[in-house]
Design a protein around this ligand. Structure first.
Ligand code: 13P
Length: 253
């Protein structure tokens, strides 16, 4: 049975003053029925991990370098994330792919480094609007899955996040049928590559304009095991409502 996951990506938002949101969240969800994860900017990892100590909240990075250490000014390694208190790392977010030119093979190398540092990887895939209009969605996602995920990830160390680029920060979401089609496709690909059991046990999140108002219907779609939430994870009240919707959703898997 897959344990559901509500993950928040703060992107390049948040100062230490915003850690009050973390306290509000962990107070509201002291014994959650789902896993909860927040991925703040690197500067907030250690203080957020300290604020989350003794609670059910896990913290994660938003990216890591593929090398363990060395002359890479401005970059952060996977072991540095772990040392700061992270247990997860988001890799291959479309904003990294667009802003930093990250290719599938770069993400695969980063995932290997994350695995070596003991982190669970949240690997993001998703099509652009032009690719969806050209009916290339499943081809693109198939390529991203095979190119970005190393062979040695397991159901414990891999989470896949489906984030259609055109739904991120836009208030637009795919239809429930479109979400279901892509999640079923990802599940089938994971099972054919990693075996029935591992593929069935790996969590698949949906991301892109998830809000308190649409979370419940998205969480009822088969093979949706949770969400990767951007804007609505910044405020404890909104993220808390999404966590509650996930707790109330039908069990998947
Ligand atoms: P929004 O929830 O703000 O659309 O962002 C989604 C996202 O990119 C999470 O990684």
């Amino acid at each position: 049975m897959r344990r559901k996951l509500a993950a928040g990506n703060w992107k390049m938002n948040g100062l230490r003053a915003n850690l009050t949101e973390v306290t509000a969240l962990t107070t509201a969800h002291s014994a959650p029925g789902v896993d909860i994860l927040l991925c703040p900017p690197a500067t907030l990892l250690a203080p957020m991990a300290a604020a989350a100590e003794g609670t059910a909240l896990a913290v994660g990075g938003q990216d890591c370098h593929a090398a363990a250490a060395g002359a890479h000014t401005g970059d952060v390694s996977a072991s540095m994330l772990a040392d700061a208190g992270a247990s997860y790392v988001i890799l291959g977010h479309s904003e990294r792919r667009a802003d930093h030119g990250e290719q599938n093979e770069d993400i695969c190398a980063k995932a290997k480094a994350a695995l070596a540092a003991g982190l669970t990887c949240v690997i993001c895939v998703g099509e652009s609007e032009a690719e969806r209009d050209a009916a290339q969605t499943l081809d693109i996602i198939g390529e991203q899955l095979s190119g970005s995920i190393p062979d040695d990830l397991t159901a414990e160390t891999l989470v896949v996040a489906y984030e259609p680029i055109w739904a991120i920060g836009t208030g637009r979401t795919p239809t429930l049928e479109q979400i279901g089609e892509v999640h079923d496709f990802i599940r089938a690909r994971l099972q054919s590559r990693f075996g029935e059991a591992t593929g069935a046990a790996t969590r698949i999140l949906y991301g892109g304009s998830v809000k308190p108002g649409n979370a419940a219907e998205i969480f009822a779609v088969p093979n949706v095991d949770g969400a990767l939430v951007g804007g609505a994870s910044l405020k404890a009240t909104d993220f808390s409502a999404i966590i509650s919707a996930l707790e109330a959703a039908p069990q998947q898997g």
